[in-house]
Design a protein around this ligand. Structure first.
Ligand SMILES: Cc1ncc(COP(=O)(O)O)c(C=O)c1O
Length: 463
């Protein structure tokens, strides 16, 4: 097929999909009586489905991925040229786009020096976990092997990543999990009333100190790493409170704990800086990234480390076990870094970081104005073009809106031709945050369109 489809083609495609494709994150029973949505085409911030219906995509491909928008010929051409030159060779060797993208990426990440290529965010996080474990074995007789993760954070779909998963509903029924992963409390200030002992003032400092309390309970000599999202994504779009990160950094330095920042969602521009952690002046040992690295034009993920970490894996070349004995087959695909080079160049050429800051501020203001009109919006938060609106039945008690009503808002927007997201199957009883992550190319008109569709949906669902 050449990309233009007749009605017969589309009917066949829908039938093939219904018969054979197992969609992600979806209960399939409803497809016995209705058709699944099949996205046929995308351009800029818009996509069209099999019925030819146009949608404004306010979540960059559903899961905050297509940061530079759809239909970028420049990326497609670079990928085509690279595939014709060399599509693949195992990552034990280098490649031209792999070397060039690593150089470009490291320019944006002062203090970090090494890029390990993989093919998904989960896999990138697994690499960091494995490195932390191997360092524990090499330097501490295996003792300093525990990895801390935070309530409400998500780091991926594998059993290893779910073991570091702070979203109980996402984890449910997939245990038992791997040992040696320990949870620390979340830092969502809006819900501090649900946390024992949380103070009215200086909440950020207190939330960070809760991490220290866990380290002291477990024994600092057993804790090797701390893995955090810079802004929690699917757990409720949680931007960290004032004072949080500074204290987290101090704690990691004090107890010699490697800091792993999961930038799978925030990385490469989403928050208005190249990386989310760069808003907070922290110095991670590992940074993992995936979705926005090539905006979904090719699969690519990276685990980036400091030279200090890298050095620990080559200090004794006579020992056959003393290096990172890991491979990611598709980490050797050259389409990923070829696409990532162009993706980054587009962000630079079009000043999409500047646009993200400006449009993020504008969208935040518009969401706040919306909350003046709809008291069901209890909290609006986020960073750059990565925003959330938490829905509550009562602003004083902060009682959560039933998930069915949250989903009704999403469905109403969809019916209007605007795709928004909501936290789902994530934190039990807390799947009540509408999520917005439009492409970094968003203009005021696009944001106005998204806001007015949410305005209409909230009016219809809640009156
Ligand atoms: C913060 C975070 N980390 C890791 C992942 C896993 O990435 P992937 O689905 O590419 O394995 C996700 C996916 O949504 C994520 O949101």
């Amino acid at each position: 097929m050449d990309g233009t489809y007749t009605q017969n083609d589309l009917t066949r495609i829908v039938e093939a999909d219904k018969a054979h494709v197992w969609h992600h994150l979806v209960q399939h029973k409803p497809f016995e009586s209705k058709d699944p949505n099949i996205i046929i085409e995308g351009k800029g911030m818009r996509v069209w489905n099999q019925a030819g219906k146009e949608h404004l995509d306010a979540v960059s491909g559903g899961v905050w991925t297509v940061n530079v928008g759809y239909g970028r010929e420049r990326i497609a051409k670079a990928v085509y040229d690279q595939l014709m030159k060399l599509n693949y060779f195992a990552g034990s060797a280098g490649s031209v786009p792999g070397a060039l993208f690593a150089e470009k990426l490291i320019e944006k990440m002062p203090g970090l020096t090494r890029v390990y290529y993989t093919n998904s965010g989960s896999e990138a996080n697994e690499k960091a976990f494995k490195m932390i474990r191997q360092i524990a074995h090499k330097r501490y007789g295996g003792k300093k092997h525990k990895i801390l993760f935070r309530d409400r954070d998500y780091h991926g779909t594998t059993i290893g990543c779910l073991s570091a998963g702070g979203q109980d509903e996402r984890n449910a029924q997939y245990g038992p999990f791997a040992p040696g992963f320990v949870r620390v409390p979340h830092c969502l200030e809006y819900r501090k009333h649900e946390q024992d002992g949380a103070p009215e003032e200086n909440y950020g400092l207190w939330a960070a100190e809760q991490i220290e309390a866990v380290i002291l309970r477990e024994g600092p000599d057993t804790v090797g790493g701390l893995c955090l999202e810079p802004v929690t994504a699917g757990g409720g779009v949680i931007a960290p409170p004032e004072g949080y990160w500074q204290k987290v950094q101090e704690i990691c330095d004090k107890y010699d704990i490697l800091l792993h920042i999961d930038e799978v969602v925030c990385g490469v521009g989403r928050t208005g800086e190249w990386f989310g952690y760069q808003h907070y002046g922290i110095k991670p040992d590992f940074v993992t990234m995936a979705k926005g690295v090539a905006s979904g034009y090719a699969a690519i993920a990276c685990c980036v480390t400091s030279e200090r970490v890298f050095e620990m894996f080559k200090d004794d070349a006579t020992d056959p076990l003393n290096y990172f004995r890991d491979i990611s087959t598709f980490g050797g695909c050259t389409a990923g870094p070829a696409a990532a080079i162009e993706n980054m160049a587009i962000i630079e050429d079009e000043d999409l970081l500047g646009n993200t800051v400006a449009m993020g501020d504008y969208m935040l203001d518009q969401l706040r104005a919306l909350s003046d009109r709809h008291k069901v919006i209890g909290d609006v938060r986020g960073k750059g073009l990565f925003l959330g609106a938490e829905l509550v039945t009562d602003r004083d008690t902060k009682e959560v809106v039933p998930e069915a009503q949250v989903q009704a808002v999403v469905a109403d927007c969809m019916a209007q031709g605007v795709i928004i997201g909501a936290t789902n199957r994530s934190v039990p009883g807390r799947n009540n945050t509408l999520c917005f992550s439009p492409a970094l190319i968003a203009a005021k008109d696009d944001i106005d369109h998204i806001i007015s569709s949410v305005d209409g949906a909230l009016t219809r669902v809640f009156g």
